[in-house]
Design a protein. Structure first.
Length: 378
């Protein structure tokens, strides 16, 4: 065999082992339990909102029914006519006994990160010791606040964060989007942690104390960063503190009505990752066992290539089945798993070939470390 054949077959074999290992790690993570505390600090949950979205009321309501002694929730929109504002007002009327507040900030900025701009407007209304920033599309169980806070309060932890599981709305593209989260993103984070990567900080949930936020300079320096979640984690680590991964998986709804929206979202995420660690993001290609197995078959052209291809397919299917069982997901047909893997490779190639992203109606150029430069509206 040629050197190229050996390299491709070795990469495919690495992908096979990765798939099996990641499945074991997902199952082990799901079996983990959160810590318990004797006393629970007061908590302010910050929920930046922008427009209506599938299950918004249900998602926001799940934060109101927490088994936690003292918390408030601050909802934020950029303009009073944002459809999400009406949802929040209905929720406030539904729970008059809770400390729920709606903050209408300044208009969405023409440049910079609109989520951070929203949070800056909301922050003065958060009066408790612990801040939890949670995305609007997250749905949580009643033990969510306790799990997040308990992880944050562990010795040496400066910020705690959550992974999540996605459930799709109807349609092929939503299904493919959810599978990308459940069977690529989530396992990759757990493998990264297992090999010693310590920079995983995810915007779906970020918990940090008011004191630590002040120590790292607050939120204002992040206004022009697309990867604001990563930067919060990085700034905390520079202060000698660690990032705590909460042993809990909130759920989210993935709604991708067409291929264009799915690819646009995933390319934006990919270019965000590439701006932080370009070589590391490119290296995720080695996790794609099935595309690499097919390449091995093409390059080798014989029985050995076919052997590698079959093992790659078997390992990927087994990994997905284990993850589906552990995460209580619907079983997906084999063909869509293969399509998802080739889509992942396509997105990776597209993401590495440029630096422009579209986000909430505007175009940006993403520089190193996720710094945004506005290119105006579409």
């Amino acid at each position: 065999m040629t050197l190229l054949t050996w390299i491709v077959c070795a990469a495919a074999t690495a992908g096979i082992f990765y798939q099996l290992w990641s499945a074991v790690l997902v199952r082990r993570f799901v079996a983990g339990k959160a810590h318990a505390l004797d006393q629970w600090p007061t908590v302010s949950v910050l929920k930046p909102l922008c427009g209506d979205e599938p299950s918004l009321l249900e998602n926001l309501r799940s934060f109101c029914i927490q088994d936690y002694p003292d918390f408030q929730i601050v909802f934020g929109v950029h303009t009073a006519d944002d459809p999400a504002a009406a949802v929040v007002k209905a929720l406030i009327a539904e729970h008059p006994d809770l400390d729920l507040r709606l903050v209408v900030g300044t208009a969405q900025p023409q440049c910079g990160n609109p989520k951070v701009a929203n949070l800056l407007d909301m922050l003065p209304s958060a009066h408790n010791d612990i801040l939890i920033i949670a995305d609007s599309d997250m749905k949580v169980g009643p033990d969510y606040l306790k799990a997040v806070v308990a992880t944050l309060m562990q010795p040496g932890v400066g910020v705690s964060t959550c992974l999540y599981v996605s459930h799709p709305t109807e349609g092929l593209w939503s299904c493919l989007g959810a599978m990308g989260i459940n069977h690529s993103f989530l396992p990759s984070v757990l493998v990264g942690q297992a090999i010693g990567r310590v920079d995983g900080c995810f915007g779906a949930t970020l918990a940090i104390s008011q004191a630590m936020l002040k120590e790292i300079g607050g939120l204002a320096p992040l206004e022009n960063h697309l990867a604001d979640d990563y930067m919060i984690g990085e700034l905390v680590r520079r202060k000698g503190k660690s990032i705590g991964l909460v042993p809990l998986l909130p759920t989210t709804i993935t709604d991708e009505p067409k291929a264009k929206t799915l690819v646009s979202h995933e390319v934006r995420w990919g270019r965000t990752l590439a701006s932080i660690d370009r070589m590391g993001y490119a290296g995720t290609l080695v996790t794609q066992a099935v595309p690499l197995g097919l390449l091995a078959l093409v390059v080798e052209g014989g029985y050995f290539g076919l052997f590698v291809m079959m093992w790659a397919l078997a390992a990927r299917l087994l990994a997905v089945r284990i993850q589906e069982s552990a995460l209580h997901l619907l079983r997906q047909p084999a063909w869509i798993i293969v399509v998802r893997d080739f889509l992942t490779v396509a997105v990776l190639i597209i993401a590495l070939s440029g630096r422009t992203v579209r986000w909430r109606g505007s175009r940006y150029r993403v520089l190193r470390h996720g710094i945004l430069v506005s290119l105006g509206k579409r």
